[in-house]
Design a protein around this ligand. Structure first.
Ligand code: DLL
Length: 447
């Protein structure tokens, strides 16, 4: 392995060679889909596209696949291999409805390890380093995905999984890992727990963090890096497409996450029209799995909003880069005519030192007007201060009129519309599977 790459040839391939490879793989994918998956046989027949000669220019004539297509064929209806060829099954829990089930052949598991090894190297990890892996193990792909990548790379893995913050703090102090893999919100929880124990960030051994599985922002990155004294790089992925390992930032530049494009073909499209948007513009990320065997997906509509660039990166990788995910189309809320992404609110909250970046937007319709409440956790220090000044009231809610007003102002200035602020104790907002915090609760349909 060259120092900076896990697979130099694939990661620095010329754009022309990459395109040829992608087209060859796309043709083979369409052939397999037609042969093995009735859903795609039907959908592709309707397009009239000649699979054997398809080029990237034909992509927009091919059908999208959506989460509902998977759900409607729950659990195994879109598999392209027999059940006996499945080496593993993972699943992702939606907030509503059935699980989305994903199957892996032995070759798919090999790919999961390969792309995660690439991402770990991009994030600065090297063979022989120790990884504290705090992504959840189980049906969630994060734990086992990073685990496989780290083993492939030749790291020492500590398979801690999520939760049990106190225990994790002790393990970090005792084992001295070099790298941590975790969600941004759990990373901050750990940083807080360390601070509460009186451990200074530079007293812990961690120097790199591999952070993803939920949207985060530059302001959150600054807090996380200060709290852990580590350099944090983004890792992105989704169960349907592979799990973690679709893309990752290179630790040197961290200006966009390099997509493993030889395996996952990216497009960014307008959420309304489905047409490609120009490079650099935001739209919905759509991914085609070029090499997966068990659950190959054509033009999978991720629902994640991001932009793409294929400008060369100083790290030497030619793989296109995607921006940090701004949010999900289904998380975008229209408040009195303004489009709002939770990440914009997060950026505003980041300007208020007394607040932790754990928040949730609750949307209600009051008569005909949309009202948004931002429930946001305060830092432990703020909670202590409020308790001392007896401003704290009621179960999980805290009151501080000055802080609420200042936060409301920051939100209005950044987002362009006003929202009510509700202060919550540290840890007061409920986390779901994998430590993820759902950012939007839309109660409009219910009221
Ligand atoms: O979250 C896979 C993963 C595990 C990625 C560990 C990175 C690290 P799912 O549970 O299927 O898979 O959730 C996928 O999470 O569509 C995004 O909305 C969100 N997501 C994942 N990574 C990021 C990220 C895993 N880096 C969904 N930034 C995706 C923003 C992310 N959102």
């Amino acid at each position: 392995m060259a120092t900076n790459y896990f697979d130099r040839d694939s990661e620095t391939v010329s754009r022309a060679d990459l395109q040829t490879l992608q087209e060859t793989r796309l043709r083979s994918l369409l052939g397999r889909l037609k042969e093995r998956v009735p859903f795609y046989r039907q959908a592709l027949a309707d397009t009239g596209v000649d699979s054997a000669h398809v080029t990237l220019a034909d992509l927009n004539r091919l059908p999208f696949t959506r989460k509902d297509d998977l759900r409607a064929r729950y659990p195994f209806g879109l598999l392209a291999v027999g059940r006996s060829e499945l080496a593993r099954v993972h699943a992702s829990s939606g907030t509503t409805g059935k699980l989305t089930v994903v199957g892996y052949s032995a070759a798919d598991l090999d790919l999961l390890a390969e792309v995660n090894a690439r991402c770990l190297v991009m994030a600065g990890a090297r063979p022989g380093m120790m990884l504290h892996n705090a992504y959840g193990y189980g049906l969630f792909t994060g734990g086992l995905g990073l685990h496989a990548g780290a083993e492939r790379l030749g790291m020492t893995v500590v398979p801690v999984s999520g939760g049990m913050t106190e225990r994790q703090v002790s393990l970090i102090q005792d084992f001295g890992p070099d790298v941590i893999a975790c969600t941004p919100s759990f990373g901050l929880t750990l940083a807080q727990a360390l601070a509460e124990r009186g451990v200074a960030p530079d007293e812990i051994s961690i120097s790199l963090a591999v952070v993803g599985a939920e949207p985060w922002t530059e302001s959150l990155r600054s807090r996380l890096e200060a709290g852990l004294d580590a350099r944090a790089s983004n890792i992105y992925g989704l169960s349907e497409v592979i799990g973690p390992g679709v893309s990752s930032e290179c630790v040197e530049h961290r200006s966009g996450s390099h997509i493993n494009e030889d395996h996952f073909l990216p497009e960014v499209v307008d959420p309304q029209t489905g047409q490609a948007v120009p490079e650099g513009e935001d739209g919905v990320l759509v991914l085609t799995t070029l090499t997966k065997e068990a659950l190959p997906l054509l033009r999978y509509w991720t629902g994640d909003v991001a932009s793409l660039t294929s400008e060369p990166c100083p790290c030497g990788r030619t793989l296109a880069r995607m921006s940090l995910v701004r949010g999900r189309t289904d998380d975008m809320i229209v408040v009195r005519g303004t489009n709002v992404f939770p990440s914009q609110v997060e950026a505003a909250l980041g300007k208020v030192a007394e607040l932790a970046p754990h928040y949730r937007l609750i949307v209600r319709r009051d008569d005909t007007l949309d009202e948004v409440t931002v429930a946001v956790e305060v830092t432990p220090a703020t909670e202590t201060r409020l308790a001392e000044t007896r401003l704290a009231v009621e179960a999980d809610e805290l009151r501080d009129a000055e802080l609420e007003q200042r936060t409301g102002r920051a939100v209005r200035e950044t987002v362009g519309c006003s929202m009510q602020i509700r202060l919550v104790r540290p840890g007061g907002l409920e986390r779901s599977q994998g430590g993820k915090l759902s950012r939007v609760v839309d109660q409009r349909e219910l009221s």
